[in-house]
Design a protein around this ligand. Structure first.
Ligand code: GAF
Length: 387
């Protein structure tokens, strides 16, 4: 008997260079895909059901084709949520066995969940013989997370994991999903590396989490600014407008919105620095972004602040900041290539000495997203560098 045919679909993780929590209020983000992957392996089942298994977790799940049950609270929700959203679009998905494997660090702010969603979407679109526009694949994965998993995330992670291109960061306007691919090797940036240091402090983006609390505080300010000034979202808003309604907002909302409005401006500066190949200017923006994320958004933690401070003291480090949803996770560092070895040794040693934690360090080349790897799932050509 021949063994069943298995087809693999992959999606990367991502690291965000800058633009934190701006992706649910029409703002700008500047992430890139990283060389860690989720693989969704698809094979024919022996019956008429949908089967979900995973190499990282022991629980398995089998559901009938007309199953309408809600989330169960484990890894499988990310894949089942994607199946549901395909069904909502009227896409008929034949029975399958989907097996998930991956090496994207979990709970580290590197988007392991979105990676599972997009790898699943790629596999199931192929299985159904369907295609979607690049942005629709990302939106479908985001809806799976918002509606089925119950996490109130924005669109950044699913979008970059779908649309990224190797060698580029992706500047995304989250209001209309217009984007540009910015080369990582212009001018002085060609001699730099993106070094990601994992604090080992786990974070979460679930409904009852601090992430969700921050989102509510951001939306409080956005609603008021819409009423008063007719802005579409915080992506349109100015600090002067926010300052003029400060007395009507909770102190938390004022601080969170201050972070968002200034963060959007920082993303523009970061993109300009990248296009100019100016590593010092890019590093400076990262550093300012950390201060805002720490003091205004209050999303950092002592371990991460320690890593950022130590990084800033190392020769050849242009800038460092907390990346991702916050409350732990990773620090992204822009480091001169010829200083990386000493940088890594110094940061690891200091962290170990102070916190007794072995920090994992990842040297990240900007990688391809799922559509570049599996062009047959998209109605458009794989995205290319745009001006
Ligand atoms: C998490 C979310 F999933 C993203 O949508 C984004 O808001 C990010 O945190 C913060 O920038 O990764």
């Amino acid at each position: 008997m021949s063994s069943p045919r298995v087809i693999d679909f992959t999606a990367p993780g991502r690291v965000n260079l800058i633009g934190e929590h701006t992706d649910y209020s029409g703002g700008l983000v500047l992430p890139m895909a990283i060389p860690f992957h989720t693989t969704a392996s698809l094979s024919e089942p022996a019956d008429d059901h949908y089967h979900f298994t995973c190499g990282m977790f022991p629980t398995k799940r089998t559901i009938a084709r007309d199953d309408r049950s809600t989330r169960v609270g484990d890894w499988s929700d990310y894949s089942v949520g994607v199946l549901r959203e395909l069904q909502v679009l009227g896409i008929e998905v034949p029975p399958f066995h989907l097996h998930i494997e991956g090496n994207v660090p979990l709970g580290a702010g590197l988007s392991s969940s979105a990676s599972v969603e997009v790898a699943t979407a790629a596999a199931l679109l192929h299985h159904a013989g369907a295609k979607l526009p690049v942005g629709e694949i990302a939106l479908l994965a985001q809806r799976a997370e918002n509606r089925y998993v119950g996490s109130p995330c924005g669109i950044m992670d699913q979008f970059v994991i779908t649309a990224a291109r190797a060698g580029h960061a992706l500047l995304l306007n989250t209001r209309d999903l217009e984007y540009k691919l910015l080369p990582m090797n212009t001018g002085a940036l060609a001699a730099c590396s993106i070094v990601v240091v994992n604090s080992g402090v786990k974070h979460t983006v679930t409904a009852g989490s601090a992430y969700a609390e921050r989102r509510k505080e951001v939306e409080e300010g956005q609603t008021l600014l819409r009423e008063r000034f007719g802005v579409r979202d915080l992506g349109d808003a100015e600090m002067e407008q926010l300052d003029s309604v400060r007395a009507e907002l909770s102190p938390e909302s004022y601080k969170r919105c201050s972070h968002i409005i200034t963060e959007n401006a920082r993303v523009k500066r970061a993109a300009a620095a990248m296009l100019a190949g100016d590593a010092a200017a890019l590093g400076q923006v990262l550093q300012e972004g950390h201060v805002s994320y720490r003091d205004l958004f209050e999303a950092s933690c002592e371990e991460v602040d320690f890593l950022v401070e130590v990084a800033g003291q190392q020769p050849g480090c242009f800038g460092a900041r907390l990346t991702g949803g916050g409350f732990g996770g990773c620090v992204v560092n822009l480091v001169a290539k010829d200083a990386v070895e000493d940088f890594v040794a110094a940061v690891k040693a200091a962290y170990k000495q102070h916190w007794q934690i072995d920090a994992e360090v990842y040297l990240c080349e900007a990688s391809d997203g799922a559509v570049a790897e599996h062009p047959e799932i998209a109605t458009e050509e794989a995205p290319d560098e745009r001006d």
